[in-house]
Design a protein around this ligand. Structure first.
Ligand SMILES: CC(C)(COP(=O)(O)OP(=O)(O)OC[C@H]1O[C@@H](n2cnc3c(N)ncnc32)[C@H](O)[C@@H]1OP(=O)(O)O)[C@@H](O)C(=O)NCCC(=O)NCCS
Length: 179
């Protein structure tokens, strides 16, 4: 085996399933790891999960050497208001990033939005979050505007982004085929 192969960590794989209340202690840990001072608390997450029109998923790690339920390495959720969906959160544990799990969850949110009959998907993303901006742009989201000082206490601006579901079937399908 060549040395480059030996040093490459195995790519984390995950299956998606509904996020449950019992998962929230792990999600709180990941929130702090990923979002620091603006992490959602247990109470905020519990309220979100039970909120009207919410749909939350967990990405559960698949380990060939350990059968049974795996560690939660990501989660995401949306809110459907009857017309459009809003991505409320989406995150992948740092140790499992760059393995396609963010894309896997974003694809599921887009599919769900279509099933619900949403005409578009909206989200906010920090202007300095290159990874998330790259992912959303890859899936066809376009920048709509800027919300000044949206993220507190970090005091960081957010772009609002939108994916038009009435016009992008071909673009998103072609990303899904190559992912
Ligand atoms: C943003 C995030 C969800 C991406 O998840 P991921 O599983 O690492 O992403 P994927 O492996 O599916 O990569 C999808 C695309 O995202 C973009 N991307 C991912 N990481 C990137 C990085 N570090 N820099 C630039 N672009 C990046 C690329 O376009 C990539 O496509 P490619 O692999 O063909 O180049 C992840 O970095 C994360 O959880 N960050 C912390 C939480 C967060 O910022 N959430 C978003 C809030 S709006």
């Amino acid at each position: 085996m060549d040395s480059a192969k030996m040093n490459t960590p195995p790519r984390t794989r995950a299956r998606l399933r509904p996020l449950r209340a019992a998962d929230l202690p792990r999600v709180v840990e990941l929130e702090v790891e990923m979002f620091g001072p603006s992490a959602w608390t247990y109470g905020m997450l519990a309220e979100e999960l039970g909120g009207l029109g919410r749909w939350y998923i967990a990405a559960e790690e698949i380990r060939d050497d350990r059968p049974g339920p795996g560690d939660i390495v990501g989660y995401a959720g949306l809110w459907f208001d009857g017309e459009i969906t809003q991505i409320m959160t989406l995150g992948v544990a740092p140790r499992a990033q760059h393995c396609g799990i963010g894309s896997q969850m974003l694809g599921a949110l887009i599919d769900r939005s279509r099933e619900l009959g949403a005409s578009a998907i909206l989200l906010e993303v920090a202007v300095n979050n290159a990874a998330a901006l790259g992912m959303y742009e890859k899936y066809g989201f376009a920048r709509l505007g800027l919300r000044k000082r949206y993220y507190q206490p970090e005091d960081v601006d957010a772009y609002t982004m939108r994916l038009d579901l009435t016009a992008v079937d071909t673009a998103v399908d072609s990303v899904a085929e190559t992912a």
